[in-house]
Design a protein around this ligand. Sequence first.
Ligand SMILES: Cc1ncc(C[n+]2csc(CCOP(=O)(O)OP(=O)(O)O)c2C)c(N)n1
Ligand code: SF4
Ligand SMILES: [Mg+2]
Length: 328
Amino acid sequence: MARQPIKFFQVGSFAVGNRLLDPYERSVQSDERRSNTLTSGHRACQGCGEALGARYVLDAAMRATGNRLIAANATGCLEVFSTPYPESSWQLPWVHSLFGNAPAVATGVAAALKVKGRTDVRVIGQGGDGGTVDIGLGCLSGMFERGDDVLFVCYDNEAYMNTGVQRSGATPPAARTATTQAVGDEPGNVFGQGKSAPLIAMAHEIPYVATATIADLRDLEAKVERAMDIRGPRYLHVLVTCPLGWGCAADESVKIARLATQTGLFPVFEAEHGDVVDVTKIRRLVPVEDYLQPQKRFAHLFSPERRDDVIAAVQARADRNIERFGLL
Ligand SMILES: Cc1ncc(C[n+]2csc(CCOP(=O)(O)OP(=O)(O)O)c2C)c(N)n1
Ligand code: SF4
Ligand SMILES: [Mg+2]
């Protein structure tokens, strides 16, 4: 189902009056027949954005495919917390790949289905930002340029969380991780060019690329539904909070993800064949400071002395996104 305009019935909040919508317009999660693809009992930390995001993505994909779905999952938190041998939280055919080859494994599954003439069964590959943006990028690029019929989903929590919060190519500038300590004149991660996997995916001119966050779950579901309507390589990049790695409160996970979008630091958009076709406008612009302050990974920007110069540099990155993607 394409994304439809939804009215916000409560001024000042993002709550959507689900009961006031026609049943076919309601969210997958409000459907009592949802598949609970990532079911309860797994071992994710409290408030884990990756668990929340994956549940919404997979349930939406299951509904879109009539439950004919196979997932290939890279090594990382999502795999580790969901499958401590001999248990599993997955209620769909699910295969664990290596850290870096989930796109290639997904490709192989899609190729086998094609040989068998099973065009009804669809394939999702998924992994964290380390598995996608760094070690798996070569496999992902190959999947894109060959035109394989796979939706690949990156759950971006901006570091290698499963192994103890090491920096990845998606870690934001100034963030403290285990390998970018808050020491010296330029504490935390460097201000480089960064690595935008969505823009890299768009450079392959694949049919569909989208970004989303756990702050707007209906938007996330709609983008999965849209992606499953399309054949060929598709890429979905979901910003997911990690209370443990980011040093934020578990019950603020969704709020922090929303601040990432409302500052402009994480642009939410859709692209087709290399061109941006839709952006989610910022409803209430907030300064980056409001996003940085509640997270311990940025604590060194506020204490023992305020680093206005670094905060201004982060603000400049947000402003660049706002201008580049037309977020206002
Ligand atoms: C080749 C290889 N190198 C390193 C590892 C160790 N390792 C497993 S998961 C992981 C980090 C995963 O980070 P990410 O993909 O961002 O997922 P997250 O845990 O953050 O969700 C690492 C370094 C491995 N399994 N294989
Ligand atoms: S470390 Fe982060 S990504 Fe991993 S389970 Fe905990 S909250 Fe989720
Ligand atoms: Mg990660």
